[in-house]
Ligand binder design. Structure first.
Ligand SMILES: Nc1nc2c(c(=O)[nH]1)N[C@H]1C(S)=C(S)[C@@H](COP(=O)(O)O)O[C@H]1N2
Ligand SMILES: [Mo]
Length: 198
């Protein structure tokens, strides 16, 4: 039974749905806790730890190269959404403005509202990752992480921090919110890295 919330993938979508996932109708919202109210006027994005500390404003982000992206989205609670359309800034373009210490190997993503999630530096620096401020041609709605969120298409979506406002560069793995609560450290959907075995 697919019911109200799921749909059957068509033939060219079938091999893009990871094991144990179903295609969602629409675009569900998945947030732990309250949606923070974040104003663009006071928005700030900081980098610190094993990187030269720096603060970026909204204008700084908009002055970076802007691109459209189409990406698949996989939530560990077993729903996926294919071909989501976003606009924003590639992580590797943003990172041209960040000076990272050679000892950094891992990152903690920080957010308005205090959610955290960790990611290996090499998973973060992938070509296909981006910061998004626009969803299907409209300003990113607050529920979906507006004004700005990260999208990491190759990992489960809990790594795609909504309301992201900082990156802390680390010389070792530290666990974010869901990772401390039993989710996998990395979260690769094709390997079904859902939960930690610790
Ligand atoms: N700040 C923050 N980011 C977050 C979350 C959250 O609760 N807070 N939930 C994560 C999870 S589990 C998923 S599946 C996606 C959901 O994004 P959506 O609500 O836009 O579908 O955001 C991720 N990013
Ligand atoms: Mo999720």
């Amino acid at each position: 039974m697919l019911g109200k919330f799921f749909q059957k993938p068509n033939s060219d979508q079938q091999d893009r749905v990871p094991p144990g996932q179903k295609l969602a109708k629409g675009f569900p919202v998945l947030t732990y806790g309250q949606t923070p109210n974040v104003s663009i006027a006071t928005w700030e994005f900081k980098v610190w730890g094993l990187a030269t500390s720096k603060t970026f404003t909204w204008e700084d982000f908009l002055a970076m190269p802007q691109q459209d992206f189409t990406a698949d989205f996989h939530c560990v609670t077993t729903w996926s959404k294919l071909d989501v359309q976003w606009t924003g800034v590639k992580v590797i373009d943003f990172m041209k403005y960040v000076e990272v210490d050679p000892n950094a190997v891992h990152i903690m993503e920080h957010c308005y509202g205090s959610y955290t999630t960790n990611i290996a530096l090499e998973d973060f620096l992938r070509e296909e990752n981006f910061f998004a401020h626009t969803l299907f041609g409209e300003p990113l709605p607050p529920d979906h992480g507006g004004p700005m969120r990260l999208i990491v298409p190759h990992l489960y979506a809990w790594k795609s921090a909504k309301w992201i406002n900082g990156l802390e560069f680390l010389d070792k793995v530290e666990l974010g919110f869901w990772e401390r609560n039993g989710y996998h450290q990395r979260g690769e959907p094709w390997a079904e890295e859902r939960y930690s075995s610790r």
